[in-house]
Design a protein around this ligand. Structure first.
Ligand SMILES: O=C(O)[C@H](O)[C@H](O)[C@@H](O)CO
Ligand SMILES: [Mg+2]
Length: 390
């Protein structure tokens, strides 16, 4: 079997969107003077879908959501020529070809995300070619079904956030991630607002359920150090990305305080990036995303590393490309779950692009043994609501 063609298309959403409301999630731009564009840098409304076809007619599907138009250009100009004509079963060789030939300017960020999308499509082909779901090629089923945590609860009106939490508590979720709306720029008023929001969600979900707290890199070390003791009484399962991804010393210092487990890795890349985080004891929970970190070829190795370091993996974003990894390793106890909503941040867009994503049932998602590959197909229902860039 040989790879015949690689097609990367950007799907730009032009359908209905929910308008941004205030500072609904702290983010890295919050610390920059005159941050009026903070929320626009946070939202993303396009996605790149990669289809790789083999000479025997199998089509593998991969995807990348990080800087989709640039990822497409990297795939078209650099990666496609490296994999066309090759045997997809030589996936490690192909991965190294892509990684090493772009190394001078790639390594992290959008290049690794582009490599991830190609790697995902290759693994989809592998599964389809032997009629097995991808998780069966990675170690198989380690769980009856995958526990997942509800992930939305952006900062808005507290009553509305409580209603949202109640609605999904009633649907059987036992773990919830909420977003902070405030950071260092909002001074003591913001500190109080942040605490008020956590208290409001705890009021609804109680203390028998898990609560995760998301900063999305919108704090700094000094602010995070002040916040940790104040947040401790709410017993969060973790505090996520308190500082920017490059501040590994900051992560290590906060994690060493041992007040709340610090999580991160959503903006880290490759086996080497995670080795560094683990060696420094920078995070207590690893959150790579398979469609950024280097695809399944890289994520599978990171799972093994995390197993050896006894650090749990809870991949960013859920979605099929992550669920197969979570299903096939004991290092990963659970998954994230973005619910189906109108397009807001952009996290929802995959529901409009793909069929096959499992819908949570009572706080769990299930992978089927009889669906080969990653299990996704392109959805036709919303195609007319995207501008498609070939
Ligand atoms: O962990 C997450 O789910 C991410 O940080 C989200 O993708 C981002 O939208 C922050 O809410
Ligand atoms: Mg996050």
């Amino acid at each position: 079997m040989k790879i015949k063609s690689v097609r990367a298309r950007v799907f730009q959403w032009k359908g209905k969107t929910v308008p941004p409301q205030g500072n609904f999630c702290s983010n890295a731009m919050d610390l920059v003077y005159s941050n009026t564009e903070s929320m626009s840098t946070f939202r993303f409304h396009s996605w790149t879908v990669v289809e790789i076809e083999t000479d025997d007619g199998i089509v593998g599907i991969g995807n990348v959501a990080l800087a989709p138009a640039i990822a497409k250009a990297i795939i078209d100009q650099y990666l496609a020529p490296l994999v066309v004509g090759q045997d997809p079963w030589d996936y490690e060789y192909l991965w190294q070809r892509m990684y090493r030939s772009t190394h001078a300017w790639g390594r992290k960020g959008v290049t690794m995300a582009a490599i991830s999308a190609v790697d995902l499509a290759i693994w989809d082909i592998l599964g389809k070619s032997v009629n097995k779901p991808v998780f069966k090629l990675l170690g198989g089923r380690t769980k009856e079904k995958i526990p997942c945590y509800y992930s939305k609860l952006y900062r808005g009106d507290l009553r509305a956030m409580q209603d949202e939490a109640q609605q999904f508590l009633d649907q059987g979720f036992t773990a919830f991630k909420m977003r902070f709306g405030y950071g260092p720029a909002h001074l003591q008023h913001g500190v109080k607002e942040n605490l008020r929001s956590v208290e409001a969600i705890r009021e609804v979900i109680g203390y028998d359920n898990d609560l995760m707290l998301e900063c999305y890199m919108g704090w700094n070390l000094e602010y995070a150090k002040r916040m940790l003791p104040k947040l401790a009484k709410y017993e969060p399962r973790w505090l996520e990305e308190p500082v920017i991804a490059d501040d590994i010393d900051g992560y290590a210092e906060l994690n060493a305080m041992n007040i709340i487990p610090i999580s991160g890795g959503e903006h880290e890349f490759s086996l080497y990036g995670f080795k560094q985080l683990l060696d420094r004891k920078a995070v207590s929970v690893v959150q790579y995303d398979t469609n950024r970190v280097g695809g399944i070829t890289a994520a599978h190795k990171i799972n093994a590393l995390c197993e050896a370091y006894s650090v749990p993996v809870v991949p960013h974003a859920g979605q099929m490309h992550n669920y197969h990894l979570t299903m096939s390793t004991l290092a990963s106890p659970m998954a994230e779950y973005f619910p189906i909503f109108d397009v807001e941040v952009g996290n929802e867009l995959f529901w409009y692009l793909f069929d096959g994503e499992p819908i949570a049932d009572n706080g769990f998602v299930q992978l089927r043994d009889d669906v080969p590959g990653l299990g996704l197909t392109l959805k036709t229902e919303y195609l007319d609501q995207f501008d498609i860039i070939e």
